[in-house]
Design a protein. Structure first.
Length: 494
């Protein structure tokens, strides 16, 4: 059975590795991802991702043969675009950018505050010389540059608009000191006396104080912290308006909620990250909703993926926050995890994914698989095959889940992640050669999940077909021998 499953599910010829390497996955793995599981996934994909459409087309004669070709997906298949123009050669950069519009229809743009505003009041919207492709092509050690994976955002926005790519900003607010908070936020904003008192107490000393006592100890910093968070929200809204379609408004705050640190009346939050504005997730969503256009989609995003995260979202909604999408992360950072999966250990099983999605779905929101990491352990042939098989199966399952609205792969190219992230989790090698995982996803997104068919126009000149939701081109030859075309949009429920 294993060889049959591998031939069917992995498409060895498409993926570019030999049939004898089907042994990458154990018999136990295929017992977990068995034919019954695959049948359920296929059924749910057909039910939740496809629709019936009937379209009236002007001047279309009954009985005319009509070619139906899907142009776009309504479902979002994304990736971060953090290495825009940074890969070292024009050819590498061209291949990288070409993915957006061919494989990916959504791009997550980096707005990490630490590198976005390295100096106070100088946000890096517009490109400088250090953001140019020529600059990066001449850099010997790009990872040592302070803005590696943090390009200026205006050129990315303009590129994605030209390509018709959905834009997703990531993130606006996050408590993480390593990746998000600017150094100057404490060093230059906190008055000397308050800074000395905070540093003297240290983490353990602050832990003994109540939020009210901390706010009394550092009243200026408490006030300025809230003001600068609000200022950041307003600047992003004023600069981009509705050009960026969605944002991760708050990233990874569910742990603070689960710890009971989000107290509505508090001026300061004793976050596990460090000091944050009181009840910061609530106030961030309120601020964003006030200043961004109503058409902009507001996401919350987290890795916690449990009852507490769903509870946090429901609590914020009940308090009047507009949250449109629930973001969920899945990172297999340790290559051993993928080896364990291949050996059939109970990690990332269909049942565990279904249970997790059922929990998150209780929030009543669409779900975005916002950050996906799957390593190819060792990056040898077996490791690359393991990555491809895992990616294919979990993408199929996620795509089949009703509230899912998008899936975003994180690091597209090997050795281009953040420090601490695996260097072998890309869909491409560092020289932009595709790995089997790229072929696996491309086969799904651009072949198996795109509808192409031929139908006959009905007696009233209508075109009826069933397909994956998205935009379509209808083509036919009219009675005079002229080639005619029309575009239609097939949406769920039609």
């Amino acid at each position: 059975m294993k060889a049959t499953m591998m031939g069917c599910l992995v498409c060895t010829a498409t993926l570019g590795y030999a049939a004898e390497q089907d042994v990458a996955m154990s018999d136990t793995y295929w017992k977990i991802w068995n034919p019954e599981v695959q049948t359920r996934i296929d059924r749910d994909i057909e039910q939740h991702r496809q629709a019936d459409g009937i379209f009236a087309v002007a001047d279309l004669a009954a009985g005319t043969e009509v070619q139906v070709e899907q142009l776009t997906h309504d479902f979002f298949f994304g990736a971060n675009i953090f290495n825009f123009n940074q890969l070292g050669t024009p050819e590498y950069n061209r291949k990288y950018k070409q993915l957006f519009g061919t494989l990916f229809n959504s791009a997550s743009i980096p707005f990490y505050w630490k590198k976005f505003e390295m100096e106070p009041n100088h946000p890096r919207f517009r490109a400088e010389e250090r953001d140019s492709e020529e600059y990066w092509n001449a850099v010997a050690e790009p990872k040592r540059e302070p803005h590696w994976r943090r390009p200026a955002t205006d050129p990315i926005v303009a590129f994605c608009e030209r390509q018709g790519i959905r834009l997703h900003g990531h993130p606006i607010i996050w408590g993480n000191r390593t990746w998000h908070h600017p150094e100057w936020l404490f060093d230059q904003v906190c008055p000397a006396g308050e800074k000395e008192a905070i540093l003297q107490l240290g983490k353990d000393g602050l832990a003994q104080l109540t939020p009210a006592e901390i706010a009394e100890l550092a009243p200026v910093f408490t006030r300025e912290l809230r003001r600068l968070f609000q200022k950041r929200v307003v600047e992003l809204a004023e600069h981009y308006g509705d050009r960026i379609h969605s944002w991760d408004v708050v990233n990874e705050s569910a742990t603070d909620y689960a710890r009971g640190a989000m107290v509505p009346a508090d001026a300061i939050c004793k976050s596990h990250y460090g000091l944050m504005p009181g009840d910061y997730t609530y106030h961030a969503f309120q601020a964003v909703d006030r200043v961004f256009p109503s058409s902009v989609v507001l996401n919350i995003n987290d890795y916690l993926n449990n009852e507490k995260y769903a509870e946090q979202a429901k609590h914020l909604l009940a308090r009047g926050c507009r949250i449109d999408v629930l973001g969920s992360q899945m990172h297999l950072f340790n290559p051993q995890q993928c080896l364990d999966i291949a050996d059939g250990k109970p990690l990332l099983t269909p049942d565990s994914i279904w249970r997790q999605m059922e929990i998150l779905a209780t929030a009543g929101l669409p779900i975005h698989l916002s950050e996906i990491t799957i390593t190819s352990p060792g990056n040898d042939e077996r490791g690359k095959a393991i990555q491809a098989v895992i990616a294919r199966n979990v993408y199929r399952l996620w795509f089949s889940i009703k509230p899912m609205m998008g899936i975003t792969w994180w690091n597209v190219v090997d050795d281009c992640g953040a420090p601490g992230e695996p260097a072998i989790s890309g869909l491409f090698l560092r020289d932009m050669q595709p790995k089997p995982s790229f072929h696996a996803l491309n086969d799904l997104i651009n072949h198996q999940w795109k509808t192409r068919t031929t139908v006959t126009a009905g007696a009233d000149g209508t075109v009826a077909f069933r397909g994956f939701c998205g935009r379509y081109r209808l083509s036919w030859i009219d009675a005079d021998g002229n080639k005619r075309q029309a575009e239609v949009h097939l949406v769920g429920g039609t």
